[in-house]
Design a protein around this ligand. Sequence first.
Ligand SMILES: NC(=O)C1=CN([C@@H]2O[C@H](COP(=O)(O)OP(=O)(O)OC[C@H]3O[C@@H](n4cnc5c(N)ncnc54)[C@H](O)[C@@H]3O)[C@@H](O)[C@H]2O)C=CC1
Ligand SMILES: CC(C)CC(=O)C(=O)O
Ligand SMILES: [Mg+2]
Length: 408
Amino acid sequence: MMSVCSRSPLKSCAQGQRHRGARNSLWSRSSSSSSSSSSRRSLTACAAMKVTLLPGDGIGPEIMDVAVDVLNTIATKHDLTFDFTTKLVGGAAIDEHGCPLPDDTLDSCKASDSVLLAAIGGYKWDSLPSNDKPERGLLNLRAGLGAFANLRPAVVLPQLADASTLKPEVVSGVDIMVVRELTGGIYFGEPKGFGVSDKPGMEGSRTGYNTDVYCEKEIERLARVGYAVARKRGSKVCSVDKANVLEVSQLWREVAQRVRDEEFPDIELSHMYVDNAAMQLVRNPKQFDTMITGNIFGDILSDEASMICGSIGMLPSASIGEDGPGLFEPIHGSAPDIAGQDISNPLAMILSAAMMLRYDLNQEAAADQIEKAVEKTLDDGYRTVDLMSEGMKQVGCREMGDMVLERL
Ligand SMILES: NC(=O)C1=CN([C@@H]2O[C@H](COP(=O)(O)OP(=O)(O)OC[C@H]3O[C@@H](n4cnc5c(N)ncnc54)[C@H](O)[C@@H]3O)[C@@H](O)[C@H]2O)C=CC1
Ligand SMILES: CC(C)CC(=O)C(=O)O
Ligand SMILES: [Mg+2]
Protein backbone atom coordinates (compact mmCIF):
# COMPACT_ATOMS: atom_id res chain seq x y z
CA MET A 1 0.00 0.00 0.00
CA MET A 2 1.32 3.43 -0.89
CA SER A 3 2.21 5.39 2.17
CA VAL A 4 1.20 9.00 2.54
CA CYS A 5 4.64 10.52 2.58
CA SER A 6 6.93 7.56 2.67
CA ARG A 7 9.32 8.57 -0.05
CA SER A 8 11.51 10.46 2.31
CA PRO A 9 13.80 12.91 0.54
CA LEU A 10 15.87 13.80 3.54
CA LYS A 11 17.10 12.32 6.74
CA SER A 12 19.18 14.00 9.29
CA CYS A 13 19.83 12.42 12.61
CA ALA A 14 19.64 9.70 15.13
CA GLN A 15 17.51 10.12 18.22
CA GLY A 16 18.72 13.04 20.28
CA GLN A 17 21.84 13.51 18.17
CA ARG A 18 21.13 16.05 15.51
CA HIS A 19 23.69 15.98 12.76
CA ARG A 20 23.87 19.58 11.69
CA GLY A 21 24.16 19.98 7.96
CA ALA A 22 23.60 16.29 7.34
CA ARG A 23 20.56 16.96 5.20
CA ASN A 24 22.55 18.45 2.38
CA SER A 25 24.68 15.38 1.87
CA LEU A 26 21.67 13.15 2.24
CA TRP A 27 19.71 15.01 -0.38
CA SER A 28 21.91 13.50 -3.01
CA ARG A 29 21.41 9.91 -1.87
CA SER A 30 19.63 7.92 -4.49
CA SER A 31 17.35 6.03 -2.17
CA SER A 32 16.18 5.80 1.39
CA SER A 33 14.58 2.96 3.21
CA SER A 34 13.86 1.80 6.70
CA SER A 35 16.84 -0.53 6.53
CA SER A 36 19.38 2.22 5.89
CA SER A 37 22.28 2.38 8.30
CA SER A 38 21.17 5.74 9.69
CA SER A 39 17.75 4.29 10.47
CA ARG A 40 19.25 1.27 12.19
CA ARG A 41 21.42 3.55 14.26
CA SER A 42 18.32 5.44 15.32
CA LEU A 43 16.85 2.32 16.86
CA THR A 44 19.47 2.22 19.56
CA ALA A 45 18.42 3.87 22.78
CA CYS A 46 19.77 7.39 23.27
CA ALA A 47 18.83 10.79 24.65
CA ALA A 48 15.30 12.15 24.62
CA MET A 49 14.16 13.91 21.48
CA LYS A 50 13.34 17.51 22.27
CA VAL A 51 10.24 18.69 20.47
CA THR A 52 8.61 22.11 20.81
CA LEU A 53 4.84 21.88 20.38
CA LEU A 54 2.99 24.92 19.04
CA PRO A 55 -0.78 24.30 19.19
CA GLY A 56 -1.61 27.86 18.11
CA ASP A 57 -5.20 28.91 17.48
CA GLY A 58 -8.61 27.71 16.31
CA ILE A 59 -8.62 23.96 15.72
CA GLY A 60 -4.89 23.94 16.52
CA PRO A 61 -5.14 22.76 20.14
CA GLU A 62 -7.62 19.95 19.39
CA ILE A 63 -5.61 18.48 16.52
CA MET A 64 -2.36 18.92 18.45
CA ASP A 65 -3.79 16.97 21.41
CA VAL A 66 -4.53 14.07 19.09
CA ALA A 67 -1.07 14.19 17.50
CA VAL A 68 0.64 14.21 20.89
CA ASP A 69 -1.36 11.14 21.94
CA VAL A 70 -0.21 9.42 18.77
CA LEU A 71 3.42 10.36 19.45
CA ASN A 72 3.22 9.18 23.05
CA THR A 73 1.75 5.86 21.97
CA ILE A 74 4.32 5.35 19.24
CA ALA A 75 7.05 6.20 21.76
CA THR A 76 6.02 3.27 23.95
CA LYS A 77 6.06 0.91 20.98
CA HIS A 78 9.47 1.99 19.67
CA ASP A 79 11.21 2.69 22.94
CA LEU A 80 11.50 6.39 22.16
CA THR A 81 11.58 9.26 24.61
CA PHE A 82 10.14 12.64 23.74
CA ASP A 83 10.85 15.75 25.74
CA PHE A 84 7.90 17.98 24.81
CA THR A 85 7.76 21.71 25.53
CA THR A 86 4.56 23.54 24.66
CA LYS A 87 4.84 27.21 23.64
CA LEU A 88 2.57 29.96 22.41
CA VAL A 89 2.50 31.31 18.87
CA GLY A 90 0.02 33.30 16.81
CA GLY A 91 -3.13 34.70 18.36
CA ALA A 92 -2.62 32.80 21.59
CA ALA A 93 0.77 34.48 22.00
CA ILE A 94 -0.67 37.89 21.16
CA ASP A 95 -3.28 37.48 23.89
CA GLU A 96 -0.71 36.40 26.47
CA HIS A 97 2.42 38.34 25.52
CA GLY A 98 1.30 41.01 23.04
CA CYS A 99 3.31 39.59 20.12
CA PRO A 100 2.75 36.64 17.78
CA LEU A 101 6.21 35.09 18.21
CA PRO A 102 7.67 35.67 21.68
CA ASP A 103 11.46 35.25 22.00
CA ASP A 104 10.81 32.46 24.47
CA THR A 105 8.95 30.50 21.78
CA LEU A 106 11.58 31.00 19.09
CA ASP A 107 14.38 30.17 21.55
CA SER A 108 12.64 26.94 22.54
CA CYS A 109 12.17 25.99 18.89
CA LYS A 110 15.81 26.66 18.08
CA ALA A 111 16.94 24.57 21.03
CA SER A 112 14.78 21.62 19.97
CA ASP A 113 15.43 18.68 17.71
CA SER A 114 12.20 19.44 15.93
CA VAL A 115 9.12 21.66 15.99
CA LEU A 116 5.52 20.57 15.54
CA LEU A 117 2.99 23.30 14.80
CA ALA A 118 -0.79 23.02 14.38
CA ALA A 119 -2.13 26.32 13.00
CA ILE A 120 -2.44 30.00 13.79
CA GLY A 121 -4.87 32.83 13.08
CA GLY A 122 -8.50 33.73 13.60
CA TYR A 123 -11.14 36.41 13.23
CA LYS A 124 -10.24 37.98 16.56
CA TRP A 125 -6.87 39.17 15.27
CA ASP A 126 -7.79 39.91 11.64
CA SER A 127 -7.87 43.68 12.01
CA LEU A 128 -4.41 44.02 13.59
CA PRO A 129 -1.68 45.66 11.50
CA SER A 130 0.14 43.14 9.28
CA ASN A 131 3.30 43.00 11.35
CA ASP A 132 1.34 42.28 14.55
CA LYS A 133 -0.92 39.54 13.17
CA PRO A 134 -0.69 35.85 14.09
CA GLU A 135 0.35 35.10 10.49
CA ARG A 136 3.47 37.27 10.90
CA GLY A 137 4.41 35.12 13.88
CA LEU A 138 4.35 32.05 11.68
CA LEU A 139 6.29 33.74 8.89
CA ASN A 140 8.92 34.95 11.37
CA LEU A 141 9.13 31.47 12.89
CA ARG A 142 9.82 29.94 9.48
CA ALA A 143 12.43 32.62 8.77
CA GLY A 144 13.89 32.34 12.28
CA LEU A 145 14.43 28.62 11.81
CA GLY A 146 15.81 29.13 8.31
CA ALA A 147 13.18 26.70 7.05
CA PHE A 148 13.28 27.80 3.41
CA ALA A 149 11.93 24.66 1.74
CA ASN A 150 8.38 23.53 2.39
CA LEU A 151 7.58 20.00 1.24
CA ARG A 152 3.88 19.38 0.76
CA PRO A 153 3.07 15.85 -0.40
CA ALA A 154 -0.30 15.60 -2.14
CA VAL A 155 -1.03 11.89 -2.32
CA VAL A 156 -4.40 10.44 -3.20
CA LEU A 157 -4.86 7.47 -0.94
CA PRO A 158 -6.85 4.70 -2.62
CA GLN A 159 -9.36 4.85 0.25
CA LEU A 160 -10.10 8.48 -0.60
CA ALA A 161 -10.16 8.38 -4.41
CA ASP A 162 -13.90 9.07 -4.28
CA ALA A 163 -13.62 11.79 -1.62
CA SER A 164 -12.37 14.40 -4.07
CA THR A 165 -14.77 16.68 -5.88
CA LEU A 166 -12.93 15.57 -9.04
CA LYS A 167 -13.67 12.26 -10.80
CA PRO A 168 -11.94 9.19 -9.29
CA GLU A 169 -10.31 8.33 -12.62
CA VAL A 170 -8.73 11.79 -12.70
CA VAL A 171 -7.33 11.66 -9.18
CA SER A 172 -6.55 7.97 -8.53
CA GLY A 173 -2.83 7.44 -8.18
CA VAL A 174 -1.92 11.12 -7.89
CA ASP A 175 1.34 11.55 -5.99
CA ILE A 176 2.72 15.06 -6.19
CA MET A 177 5.36 16.73 -4.06
CA VAL A 178 5.02 20.50 -4.00
CA VAL A 179 8.34 22.05 -2.99
CA ARG A 180 7.50 25.60 -2.04
CA GLU A 181 10.02 28.33 -1.21
CA LEU A 182 9.07 29.48 2.27
CA THR A 183 11.19 32.37 3.52
CA GLY A 184 11.26 34.72 0.55
CA GLY A 185 9.07 36.14 -2.18
CA ILE A 186 6.14 38.45 -1.74
CA TYR A 187 5.35 37.39 1.85
CA PHE A 188 8.69 38.85 2.93
CA GLY A 189 9.65 41.36 0.23
CA GLU A 190 10.30 45.05 0.87
CA PRO A 191 9.08 47.65 0.29
CA LYS A 192 5.57 46.92 1.43
CA GLY A 193 2.90 49.02 3.04
CA PHE A 194 0.20 51.55 2.41
CA GLY A 195 0.47 54.86 0.64
CA VAL A 196 -1.26 57.21 -1.73
CA SER A 197 -1.46 56.77 -5.48
CA ASP A 198 0.11 59.12 -7.98
CA LYS A 199 -1.11 57.04 -10.93
CA PRO A 200 -2.73 59.28 -13.55
CA GLY A 201 -6.44 59.47 -12.86
CA MET A 202 -6.03 57.80 -9.45
CA GLU A 203 -4.13 60.54 -7.63
CA GLY A 204 -4.79 60.62 -3.90
CA SER A 205 -6.40 57.18 -3.78
CA ARG A 206 -5.05 54.88 -1.00
CA THR A 207 -2.67 52.17 -2.17
CA GLY A 208 -1.46 48.90 -0.71
CA TYR A 209 1.69 47.32 -2.08
CA ASN A 210 4.03 44.37 -1.63
CA THR A 211 7.20 43.29 -3.39
CA ASP A 212 7.84 39.89 -4.89
CA VAL A 213 11.60 39.48 -4.76
CA TYR A 214 14.03 36.56 -4.95
CA CYS A 215 17.79 36.56 -5.17
CA GLU A 216 19.68 33.90 -7.10
CA LYS A 217 20.89 32.14 -3.96
CA GLU A 218 17.37 31.71 -2.66
CA ILE A 219 16.25 30.20 -5.95
CA GLU A 220 19.33 28.01 -6.23
CA ARG A 221 18.95 26.42 -2.80
CA LEU A 222 15.23 25.79 -3.27
CA ALA A 223 15.83 24.30 -6.70
CA ARG A 224 18.51 21.99 -5.26
CA VAL A 225 16.08 20.68 -2.66
CA GLY A 226 13.43 20.21 -5.32
CA TYR A 227 15.73 18.27 -7.65
CA ALA A 228 17.11 16.16 -4.81
CA VAL A 229 13.56 15.35 -3.70
CA ALA A 230 12.62 14.52 -7.28
CA ARG A 231 15.57 12.14 -7.63
CA LYS A 232 13.99 9.95 -4.97
CA ARG A 233 10.68 10.05 -6.81
CA GLY A 234 10.05 10.23 -10.56
CA SER A 235 13.02 12.52 -11.41
CA LYS A 236 10.53 14.82 -13.09
CA VAL A 237 10.19 18.44 -12.01
CA CYS A 238 7.82 21.16 -13.12
CA SER A 239 8.99 24.64 -12.12
CA VAL A 240 6.03 26.98 -11.77
CA ASP A 241 6.36 30.73 -12.29
CA LYS A 242 4.86 33.72 -14.06
CA ALA A 243 7.84 34.50 -16.25
CA ASN A 244 5.68 35.88 -19.05
CA VAL A 245 5.00 38.92 -16.84
CA LEU A 246 7.25 39.08 -13.78
CA GLU A 247 10.98 39.79 -13.70
CA VAL A 248 11.25 37.85 -10.45
CA SER A 249 9.89 34.82 -12.30
CA GLN A 250 12.25 35.34 -15.22
CA LEU A 251 15.14 35.07 -12.79
CA TRP A 252 13.46 32.07 -11.13
CA ARG A 253 13.17 30.25 -14.45
CA GLU A 254 16.73 31.06 -15.54
CA VAL A 255 18.26 29.94 -12.23
CA ALA A 256 16.09 26.83 -11.94
CA GLN A 257 17.20 25.81 -15.43
CA ARG A 258 20.90 26.52 -14.71
CA VAL A 259 20.96 24.52 -11.47
CA ARG A 260 19.33 21.62 -13.27
CA ASP A 261 21.78 21.80 -16.22
CA GLU A 262 24.88 22.13 -14.04
CA GLU A 263 24.05 19.88 -11.11
CA PHE A 264 21.07 17.66 -11.90
CA PRO A 265 21.25 16.75 -15.61
CA ASP A 266 19.33 13.53 -14.90
CA ILE A 267 16.24 15.52 -13.88
CA GLU A 268 13.57 16.09 -16.50
CA LEU A 269 12.66 19.75 -16.05
CA SER A 270 9.74 21.64 -17.51
CA HIS A 271 8.50 25.17 -16.83
CA MET A 272 4.88 26.21 -16.54
CA TYR A 273 3.09 29.48 -15.90
CA VAL A 274 1.20 29.42 -12.64
CA ASP A 275 -2.20 30.12 -14.18
CA ASN A 276 -1.78 27.15 -16.49
CA ALA A 277 -0.48 25.02 -13.59
CA ALA A 278 -3.61 25.79 -11.59
CA MET A 279 -5.70 24.63 -14.52
CA GLN A 280 -3.56 21.55 -15.29
CA LEU A 281 -3.78 20.40 -11.65
CA VAL A 282 -7.52 20.03 -12.10
CA ARG A 283 -7.42 18.81 -15.71
CA ASN A 284 -4.77 16.11 -15.33
CA PRO A 285 -2.97 16.09 -11.97
CA LYS A 286 -1.18 12.83 -12.76
CA GLN A 287 1.13 14.67 -15.16
CA PHE A 288 2.96 16.13 -12.14
CA ASP A 289 5.60 14.44 -10.01
CA THR A 290 7.53 17.22 -8.22
CA MET A 291 6.70 20.90 -8.49
CA ILE A 292 9.08 23.66 -7.44
CA THR A 293 7.74 27.12 -6.98
CA GLY A 294 7.84 30.34 -4.99
CA ASN A 295 6.15 31.17 -1.74
CA ILE A 296 2.77 32.50 -2.82
CA PHE A 297 2.30 30.19 -5.81
CA GLY A 298 3.17 27.15 -3.68
CA ASP A 299 0.77 28.29 -0.97
CA ILE A 300 -2.10 28.51 -3.43
CA LEU A 301 -1.31 25.45 -5.57
CA SER A 302 -0.91 23.18 -2.54
CA ASP A 303 -4.35 24.13 -1.21
CA GLU A 304 -5.69 23.32 -4.67
CA ALA A 305 -3.80 20.01 -4.71
CA SER A 306 -5.26 19.12 -1.32
CA MET A 307 -8.74 18.92 -2.78
CA ILE A 308 -7.50 16.40 -5.33
CA CYS A 309 -6.70 14.27 -2.27
CA GLY A 310 -10.14 14.70 -0.73
CA SER A 311 -9.66 17.41 1.85
CA ILE A 312 -7.27 20.08 3.03
CA GLY A 313 -7.44 18.17 6.31
CA MET A 314 -5.27 15.43 4.77
CA LEU A 315 -2.07 17.22 3.76
CA PRO A 316 0.94 17.38 6.08
CA SER A 317 4.11 19.35 5.44
CA ALA A 318 7.76 19.55 6.37
CA SER A 319 9.65 22.84 6.37
CA ILE A 320 13.37 22.44 6.38
CA GLY A 321 16.56 24.40 6.03
CA GLU A 322 20.22 23.63 5.77
CA ASP A 323 20.63 23.39 9.49
CA GLY A 324 18.60 23.47 12.67
CA PRO A 325 15.30 21.83 13.51
CA GLY A 326 12.60 21.35 10.93
CA LEU A 327 9.08 22.69 11.31
CA PHE A 328 6.24 20.27 10.72
CA GLU A 329 2.67 21.43 10.21
CA PRO A 330 -0.49 20.60 8.32
CA ILE A 331 -0.95 22.80 5.25
CA HIS A 332 -4.32 24.05 6.44
CA GLY A 333 -5.04 26.99 8.70
CA SER A 334 -6.78 27.32 12.04
CA ALA A 335 -10.24 26.75 10.53
CA PRO A 336 -11.99 29.20 12.88
CA ASP A 337 -15.32 28.36 11.25
CA ILE A 338 -15.25 24.89 12.84
CA ALA A 339 -13.03 25.47 15.88
CA GLY A 340 -14.25 24.13 19.22
CA GLN A 341 -16.79 21.74 17.68
CA ASP A 342 -14.63 18.60 17.65
CA ILE A 343 -15.37 18.06 13.95
CA SER A 344 -11.98 18.92 12.43
CA ASN A 345 -9.88 16.34 10.62
CA PRO A 346 -6.73 15.59 12.67
CA LEU A 347 -5.08 13.41 10.00
CA ALA A 348 -2.92 16.12 8.39
CA MET A 349 -1.64 16.94 11.86
CA ILE A 350 -0.95 13.27 12.65
CA LEU A 351 0.78 12.83 9.29
CA SER A 352 2.87 15.93 9.99
CA ALA A 353 4.03 14.24 13.21
CA ALA A 354 4.95 11.21 11.08
CA MET A 355 6.93 13.44 8.71
CA MET A 356 8.73 14.89 11.73
CA LEU A 357 9.70 11.42 12.88
CA ARG A 358 10.99 10.50 9.45
CA TYR A 359 12.68 13.70 8.28
CA ASP A 360 14.03 15.23 11.47
CA LEU A 361 14.23 12.48 14.08
CA ASN A 362 15.21 9.58 11.86
CA GLN A 363 12.46 7.30 13.15
CA GLU A 364 11.43 5.76 9.86
CA ALA A 365 9.76 2.70 11.37
CA ALA A 366 7.67 4.78 13.76
CA ALA A 367 6.65 7.10 10.93
CA ASP A 368 5.65 4.13 8.77
CA GLN A 369 3.57 2.72 11.58
CA ILE A 370 1.65 5.96 12.06
CA GLU A 371 0.96 6.27 8.34
CA LYS A 372 -0.24 2.68 8.18
CA ALA A 373 -2.54 3.27 11.16
CA VAL A 374 -4.03 6.28 9.37
CA GLU A 375 -4.62 4.22 6.24
CA LYS A 376 -6.13 1.36 8.25
CA THR A 377 -8.49 3.81 9.95
CA LEU A 378 -9.62 5.00 6.53
CA ASP A 379 -9.83 1.39 5.29
CA ASP A 380 -12.19 0.69 8.16
CA GLY A 381 -14.50 3.45 6.99
CA TYR A 382 -13.95 6.19 9.55
CA ARG A 383 -14.30 9.71 8.17
CA THR A 384 -14.44 13.20 9.62
CA VAL A 385 -17.13 15.36 8.06
CA ASP A 386 -14.82 16.91 5.45
CA LEU A 387 -14.22 13.42 3.99
CA MET A 388 -17.64 11.97 4.60
CA SER A 389 -19.40 9.96 1.90
CA GLU A 390 -22.23 7.42 1.79
CA GLY A 391 -21.66 4.23 3.74
CA MET A 392 -18.82 5.65 5.83
CA LYS A 393 -18.82 6.11 9.60
CA GLN A 394 -18.71 9.77 10.62
CA VAL A 395 -16.49 10.60 13.57
CA GLY A 396 -15.25 13.75 15.22
CA CYS A 397 -11.66 14.90 15.71
CA ARG A 398 -11.11 13.12 19.02
CA GLU A 399 -12.76 9.90 17.88
CA MET A 400 -10.75 9.88 14.66
CA GLY A 401 -7.64 10.19 16.81
CA ASP A 402 -8.81 7.30 19.00
CA MET A 403 -9.36 5.15 15.90
CA VAL A 404 -5.81 5.82 14.76
CA LEU A 405 -4.47 5.08 18.26
CA GLU A 406 -6.31 1.73 18.31
CA ARG A 407 -4.63 0.80 15.03
CA LEU A 408 -1.08 1.75 15.97
N1 LIG B 1 -0.24 27.41 8.67
C1 LIG B 1 -1.17 28.14 9.26
O1 LIG B 1 -1.22 28.24 10.48
C2 LIG B 1 -2.19 28.79 8.42
C3 LIG B 1 -3.01 29.71 9.00
N2 LIG B 1 -4.03 30.25 8.26
C4 LIG B 1 -4.93 31.14 8.99
O2 LIG B 1 -6.07 30.35 9.37
C5 LIG B 1 -7.22 31.21 9.42
C6 LIG B 1 -8.33 30.63 8.58
O3 LIG B 1 -7.93 30.68 7.22
P1 LIG B 1 -8.75 30.01 6.03
O4 LIG B 1 -8.43 30.75 4.81
O5 LIG B 1 -10.16 29.84 6.42
O6 LIG B 1 -8.03 28.58 5.84
P2 LIG B 1 -8.21 27.22 6.65
O7 LIG B 1 -7.26 26.27 6.05
O8 LIG B 1 -8.11 27.46 8.09
O9 LIG B 1 -9.71 26.75 6.33
C7 LIG B 1 -10.22 26.66 5.01
C8 LIG B 1 -11.44 25.74 5.01
O10 LIG B 1 -10.99 24.40 5.21
C9 LIG B 1 -11.56 23.86 6.39
N3 LIG B 1 -10.52 23.09 7.10
C10 LIG B 1 -9.24 23.46 7.30
N4 LIG B 1 -8.59 22.54 8.01
C11 LIG B 1 -9.47 21.57 8.26
C12 LIG B 1 -9.39 20.34 8.97
N5 LIG B 1 -8.27 19.92 9.55
N6 LIG B 1 -10.51 19.58 9.03
C13 LIG B 1 -11.64 19.97 8.43
N7 LIG B 1 -11.78 21.12 7.75
C14 LIG B 1 -10.70 21.91 7.67
C15 LIG B 1 -12.04 25.04 7.21
O11 LIG B 1 -13.10 24.69 8.06
C16 LIG B 1 -12.40 26.05 6.14
O12 LIG B 1 -13.72 25.83 5.69
C17 LIG B 1 -6.74 32.58 8.97
O13 LIG B 1 -6.48 33.35 10.09
C18 LIG B 1 -5.49 32.28 8.20
O14 LIG B 1 -4.59 33.35 8.12
C19 LIG B 1 -4.28 29.88 6.98
C20 LIG B 1 -3.48 28.97 6.37
C21 LIG B 1 -2.34 28.39 7.02
C1 LIG C 1 0.55 32.72 7.01
C2 LIG C 1 0.26 32.01 5.70
C3 LIG C 1 1.27 32.30 4.68
C4 LIG C 1 0.15 30.57 5.97
C5 LIG C 1 -0.31 29.76 4.82
O1 LIG C 1 -1.31 29.96 4.19
C6 LIG C 1 0.48 28.60 4.49
O2 LIG C 1 1.65 28.52 4.82
O3 LIG C 1 -0.07 27.71 3.82
MG1 LIG D 1 -1.81 28.31 2.87
